[in-house]
Design a protein around this ligand. Structure first.
Ligand code: IMP
Ligand code: MG
Length: 190
């Protein structure tokens, strides 16, 4: 955790972006560790990294380069019905995978696990397509909020209940391109 000021490209970002929770260097150091761990666990395999759009796009880009194995990547987009900052658990597939999962070792790459409802749905859905294994790599897990008991094999950081933005995570489409994770102070209602 760091006390970095929320700046981006030398410019202080909007007021509604609060304290930096996880700095750019902390994220990159943790990704190097996760990549080495995954490479060791899947040695000799060709895992398929399935990123959940849109929030996981930056994490996937960095994580995939930290895994010294012939990984493949694919994307899914889902939307959970609900308002902007809470999850309802009802999930709709907006974009499905292009790859056939039969016999594949799948690693679901997620930006953040909050209630765990989105992940719970995804895991069942992917397992039903004949994947040899389905594990999860989440950059962030919100402490004490999971409604579903899911085993999460790879976790970047556990974070407190505050809503966060940056490094792929948005609020109403904004702030995904910040290179760190910061608290979101604006708006209320979450
Ligand atoms: P869950 O189904 O409650 O686990 O919600 C997971 C999804 O909600 C994530 O993949 C994010 O897209 C979104 N989400 C949850 N918390 C945050 C946050 O703090 N900032 C931005 N998006 C979030
Ligand atoms: Mg989102």
């Amino acid at each position: 955790m760091s006390e970095e000021r929320p700046v981006h490209g030398g410019r202080v970002v909007d007021d509604e972006v609060g304290r930096v929770l996880v700095s750019e260097s902390a994220i990159q150091a943790r990704i190097a560790e996760l990549g080495a761990e995954i490479a060791a666990d899947y040695a000799g395999e060709r895992p398929l990294l399935v990123a959940v759009l849109r929030g996981a796009y930056i994490f996937l880009a960095d994580l995939s380069r930290a895994i010294d194995l012939p990984v493949e990547i694919d994307f899914m987009a889902v939307s959970s019905y609900g308002n902007a900052t809470t999850s309802s658990g009802v999930v709709r597939i907006l974009k499905d995978l292009d790859e056939d999962l039969a016999g594949r070792h799948v690693i679901v790459v997620e930006d953040i696990i909050d209630s765990g409802l989105t992940l719970s749905y995804l895991r069942r859905n992917l397992a039903n397509r004949g994947a040899a294994s389905v594990e999860v790599c989440a950059l962030l897990v919100r402490e004490g909020r999971q409604k579903v008991d899911e085993s999460l094999r790879y976790i970047g950081f556990e974070i407190p209940p505050d809503f966060v933005v940056g490094y792929g995570l948005d609020v109403s489409g904004r702030y995904r391109n910040l290179p760190y994770i910061a608290e979101f102070d604006g708006g209320g209602g979450h």
